[in-house]
Design a protein around this ligand. Structure first.
Ligand code: AMP
Ligand code: FE
Ligand code: FE
Ligand code: ZN
Length: 301
């Protein structure tokens, strides 16, 4: 499939199936809005964390919007897998267009979901000594199949009046050094890449140089090892990359022959990121569609 050079593609957003605050239908409708200052997107990617739960509902929402004659972008489905390197840094891997419930990713997803719950429950037990929040309250608000994460703990802290928003809760207590942090199991990036390829997906590294304490940066040799394992692309343009790190990411992508990408990483009201603030080049999308096993939901052929 040829992707027109003028297409606006935001390939990385999160919905209510993980830690975004908008439903897939709300994201699609917002993405399609045209006019000055609107996203004006031709393609939207939905990559909820460590889950396939959004696949069915997102596909249904997209079909319903089309049948109702509402403006709707083409949709690129996938997931974002939280990974952990033995040497310290975290990495987030985008798996684009893997087969729904493919067995390799399914086993990572199942294990990650269990580890996430256990870990959040432990963090909440620690936080509950100092803040009026409870695990029951958090769990009762999760919808079936929704991936739990620290953002839902942040929301509980905001409801309790302890912090004004998610960002403040992360900055003060939820980050690694915040005093309440509990680690959890995650696959390594190489395991996640292998599983993505096994299920017909296309692995793309998300925000490799996001600023989160410089000693936790991935190195170029970490990324070279991922390329060896079958990594296809990496994000260059992302708001968590400083200007300097955008340059660095562009150089690394070019040296390692990785398809460059950019995205908003939109989380609805959960983060300041706005739809369409960074985009994927059309050639990168062409490559992903050519390699991916799951259909690309194309609005206009
Ligand atoms: P977890 O998956 O439980 O490790 O939590 C990490 C998630 O929290 C990421 O997917 C981010 O979307 C979100 N997150 C990280 N930092 C912040 C922040 N400062 N403000 C809001 N959300 C954040
Ligand atoms: Fe997130
Ligand atoms: Fe991420
Ligand atoms: Zn993300």
């Amino acid at each position: 499939m040829t992707i027109p050079a003028h297409w606006r593609i935001d390939p990385h957003t999160h919905s209510t199936f993980s830690d975004g605050t908008d439903t897939p239908a709300q994201i699609f409708a917002a993405a399609a809005k045209t006019g000055p200052g609107e996203p004006n997107l031709d393609v939207i990617g939905l990559v909820d964390h460590d889950t396939f739960a959004h696949y069915g509902p997102a596909t249904q929402a997209w079909k319903q919007l089309r049948e109702a004659g509402e403006p709707v972008p083409s949709v690129l489905l996938g997931m974002e897998i939280s990974c952990q390197l033995a040497t310290g840094p975290e990495a987030h891997l985008l798996a684009y267009l893997p087969r729904e419930n493919g067995p390799a990713l399914r086993s990572i997803v199942d294990r990650a979901q269990g580890a996430r719950r256990e870990r959040i429950e432990q963090m909440v037990a620690l936080l509950a000594k100092d803040y009026p929040i409870s695990w029951e309250d958090i769990v009762s608000r999760l919808s079936p199949g929704q991936t739990p994460g620290r953002p839902h703990v942040a929301d509980a802290l905001v409801r309790a009046g302890s912090f004004p928003d998610r960002s403040a809760a992360f900055a003060q207590v939820l980050h690694r050094g915040g005093g309440y942090y509990v680690p959890r199991w995650s696959p390594t990036p190489l395991e996640a890449i292998e599983a993505t390829l096994a299920d017909g997906g296309v692995p793309v590294l998300a925000h490799p140089f996001a600023r989160r304490g410089a000693k936790h940066y991935l190195t170029e040799s970490d990324i070279a090892a991922m390329k060896q394992a079958g990594l296809v692309g990496m994000e260059v343009w992302h708001r968590d990359h400083s200007e300097r790190n955008v340059q660095r990411a562009a150089q690394v992508a070019s040296r390692l022959a990785l398809a460059p990408s950019g995205s908003s990483d939109f989380h609805g009201a959960g983060k300041p990121n706005r739809l369409g603030e960074n985009l994927m080049p059309p050639q990168t999308l062409e490559q992903i569609i050519a390699l991916g096993a799951h259909p690309f939901l194309a609005t206009s052929a």
